[in-house]
Design a protein around this ligand. Structure first.
Ligand code: GLA
Length: 543
């Protein structure tokens, strides 16, 4: 229990830091006027108290955060946070009407950053006290951006009271995604910049690139589409998405399906409107728009409920139930980073897939850490219900071709959802050859969905294998080290029911047979690379 609470606090701190970073780095905030505003008065009023900082995103939405300031003389301390009790510590000065402060690393262990893949990033704020408000500036990649903080109360800065959670029960299987879902999601490449036009362009490119033919079907809009609620409480999209129904119609007209994103909390992870208290209403809205898939991201619900498995299951059951009563089949994708061993109960909430880790980044360390940590939970995969080690980074430029081949091979051996995260309009031949390798996709989509297992470990090489429905076996020889290395496995170690028969192996990246003589197969594996073999007894090979 203690551990769960501690994890929860850790995760909240990390999330708040992320929201702040997103708030100031990723959106089209208003620019600072060229002449800096002058302070109202030369003296130093006491800033001690709670402040609401509102920063315009440029898409018609304001991101809110809460600053708690303690002033002692000219020294400023306190916290800055989303709506919640556990802010990121700040330190700075207030002198002659000018305020300067920065986030500081909290005393908490660095574990959360390591787990969720998000490091501490200091955010600096400068501004002036004007007419009882703080006009604050900070930096993003484009330059200086500005928001206004007004005094508020401690109560206003706290999260809303929890709403009752339903009695836990087992929801029926919705019958969707019998094999791991395949598609595209906006977050990894576009993050908060995604627009209606981009989504349409991705749908076009999904068809034009040929990806649709290989099974990629979902076009998923991630966070930052939300605009707030109308007077009847219906969720509405923001300026970047003028007409969600029309967008869904467009995606459907391409023979594709469309996904959307929300949160059981009042705010999403990027600080936009969540579904807290509006689950049934939002599920109906999504169904009316023609949505086929929802990613439901815990985010600010962690400020309201402790992350006990029961609370998490209740939160996700609430939306699962609402989706099943929405009148439309909707794939349900849980995103709560593996808290409470989500793989053990997610299917009961109607979940089709569930994130098992923090956010992936487009680098080897992140992909390697997440990918190879999934093997022990592989047995929780079954048709309609999938572990989700996060979306693909293939084609985003942060890894080598060998590393991206490892990414695709590993995700396929894991029966992971194949949700591309790159710009589909702009793919090199190499990226295409990785995302559209039919032989590797066939491994991912094998209907038996048997769990991947470790065959052996040899130095930096990890050899994984999985039995396929037709009796063949796929073997992945992964070199997690930075130097090329020779490794091998014996045919007898595969426990092929065909032992004694002639076997053949096919290299699924080179697309040709490889000779297997004697009992041992040996190969040289490039740094961070993979040799992926389909081993079978017949001459036929999978295409
Ligand atoms: C979380 C999720 C990401 C993405 C962002 C959006 O970090 O894990 O995949 O959805 O939120 O804010």
């Amino acid at each position: 229990m203690k551990l769960a609470v501690w994890r929860n606090l850790d995760a909240i701190r990390v999330r708040i830091a992320q929201i702040l970073v997103w708030g100031v780095l990723c959106f089209g905030f208003s620019r600072t006027p060229s002449a800096a505003a002058q302070a109202d008065q030369p003296g130093s009023p006491d800033l001690t108290g709670y402040w609401t900082l509102r920063i315009p995103t440029g898409d018609g939405v304001f991101l809110e955060s809460y600053i708690q300031i303690n002033q002692t003389g000219e020294a400023i301390s306190g916290t800055i946070s989303g709506r919640g009790p556990n802010g990121t510590p700040i330190a700075g000065t207030f002198r002659d009407g000018n305020i300067h402060f920065a986030t500081v690393r909290s005393a908490a262990p660095a574990r959360a950053g390591a787990t969720l893949g998000i490091g501490f990033r200091q955010q600096v704020y400068d501004g002036t006290f004007q007419g009882g408000k703080l006009v604050l500036q900070t930096q993003n990649r484009q330059g200086t951006v500005q928001g206004v903080a007004e005094k508020t109360t401690r109560e206003a800065a706290l999260p809303p009271a929890p709403l009752p959670l339903p009695a836990l029960r087992d929801l029926p299987d919705n019958g969707l995604v019998r094999t791991p879902p395949m598609g595209w999601n906006s977050w990894n490449k576009f993050a908060g910049r995604i627009t209606d036009a981009d989504v349409r362009a991705m749908a076009d490119a999904m068809v034009a690139s040929g990806m649709r033919k290989f099974g990629y079907v979902y076009i998923n809009i991630d966070d930052t589409w939300e605009g707030g609620r109308d007077s009847a409480g219906n969720i509405v999209s923001n300026k970047k998405f003028p007409d969600m129904k029309a967008l869904a119609d467009y995606v459907h007209s391409k023979g594709l399906k469309i996904g959307i994103y929300s949160s059981p909390g009042p705010k999403t992870c990027a600080g936009y409107e969540g579904s807290f208290g509006h689950e049934v209403q939002d599920a109906r809205t999504f169904a009316a728009w023609g949505i086929d898939y929802i990613k439901y991201d815990l985010c600010s619900a962690r400020n309201i409920y402790t992350s006990s498995p029961e609370n998490l299951q209740g939160l996700y059951q609430k939306m699962g139930d609402a989706l099943q009563n929405s009148g439309r089949p909707i794939v349900y994708s849980l995103c709560e980073f593996g808290n409470g061993d989500v793989w053990k109960w997610s299917a009961k909430t109607g979940g089709n897939l569930w994130r098992t880790s923090g956010d992936i980044r487009d680098d080897w360390a992140s992909m390697d850490r997440i990918g190879f940590s999934q093997i022990s939970i592989a047995s929780f995969n079954r048709p309609g219900h999938w572990n989700d080690p996060d979306m693909l980074e293939i084609g985003n430029g942060g890894m080598t071709a060998d590393e991206y081949r490892t990414h695709m091979s590993l995700w396929s051996l894991l029966s992971a959802p194949l949700i591309a995260g790159n710009d589909l309009r702009d793919m090199t031949d190499e990226t295409r050859s990785i995302l559209m390798n039919p032989e590797v996709i066939a491994i991912d989509q094998d209907p038996a969905a048997k769990p991947v297992q470790v065959l052996s470990q040899q130095g930096s090489v990890e050899i994984l294998w999985r039995a396929l429905q037709d009796g063949a076996v796929v073997v992945g020889m992964f070199n997690r080290g930075g130097d090329a290395i020779e490794a091998g496995f014996s045919r007898s170690s595969l426990n092929l029911s065909t032992s004694g028969d002639r076997i053949q192996a096919r290299d699924l990246w080179k697309h040709h047979p490889v000779p297997v003589t004697g009992d041992k197969y040996v190969a040289t594996i490039p740094p961070h690379g993979v040799v992926l073999l389909l081993v079978s007894q017949t001459r036929s090979h999978r295409q």
